[in-house]
Design a protein around this ligand. Structure first.
Ligand code: FPP
Length: 241
């Protein structure tokens, strides 16, 4: 059986792929382990997905790593997840840098504990001149938080007389999102069989193709990414026209 890798059209790749990495907890529990084991194994899938995206020439890969809602999980899981995220980012930064990957982050980074935000900013700065794949981590991110935040900034600027309400348009709103320099996703992948957006990039997903797979995130491999891209390429995108 030929692989999806050979079937995808390299001249028609999505420019930006966003991923809701779901199912870590279930994957671990089905195997008799605790949830954090699932998150630890999810790192392998992050590595494979990032490597593949960089290899084939995807320009932006956004991963939903920690949502605003995730702060309400048991403290033990929050702490373990935060430690895993920041440790992995630090450990992988030299490899990302070597592969010309630029690391970025979106979300309410002020909520990250201790010196996590500082560590993250160091890794971002280290790779900021890279010109290959942009790997965007959504950390302490939720779309309603982002939209609320954008509204506050716009209202403040209108009250300061920088522009009038008539000048508020889609471009201005986009420029107040945390994704301001990033094109909207072409393809959204969600793993583990849930078919929801869960407060992720609500503004930016307006015309994005949605792809759902039953595979849990820790089991997601290169071939699964190729399959999602292949499926994306079979669709006709009309952008409402
Ligand atoms: C969702 O599974 C996954 C998360 C909330 C965290 C994702 C984090 C990683 C894969 C760790 C490493 C990431 C990076 C970027 C270094 P879930 O816990 O909601 O699973 P469930 O739905 O089965 O409970």
């Amino acid at each position: 059986m030929s692989s999806f890798k050979e079937k995808i059209d390299k001249t028609n790749l999505p420019k930006h792929i966003a991923v809701i990495m779901d199912g870590n907890g279930r994957w671990a529990q089905e195997r008799g382990f605790d949830r954090i084991f699932g998150h630890q194994n999810g790192v392998t899938s992050v590595r494979e997905t990032t490597e593949t995206a960089a290899e084939i020439g995807i320009q932006y890969l956004t991963l939903y790593a920690f949502s605003t809602e995730n702060w309400s999980r048991p403290q033990e899981e929050v702490d373990a997840l935060m430690e895993l995220l920041i440790d992995t980012i630090e450990k992988e930064t030299p490899t990302l840098d070597k592969n010309n990957v630029r690391l970025m982050a979106i979300g309410d980074l002020s909520r990250l504990p201790g010196n996590a935000s500082e560590k993250l900013q160091r890794c971002i700065a280290k790779t900021s001149q890279n010109t290959g794949l942009s790997l965007v981590l959504a950390l302490s991110y939720s779309s309603r938080w982002e939209i609320t935040n954008a509204l506050k900034m716009i209202c403040t600027e209108v009250m300061a007389g920088n522009y009038s309400t008539d000048e508020i348009n889609e471009e201005l709103i986009s420029n107040h999102m945390t994704t301001k320099s990033i094109p909207d996703p072409d393809l959204l992948i969600r793993t583990s069989g849930e078919e929801r957006i869960s407060n992720f990039l609500l503004w930016q997903l307006a015309y994005t193709e949605l792809y759902f797979t039953k595979i849990h995130w820790p089991a997601f491999r290169k071939e699964n990414l190729y399959e999602a891209i292949y499926e994306f390429q079979q669709r006709e995108r009309r952008f409402g026209k």
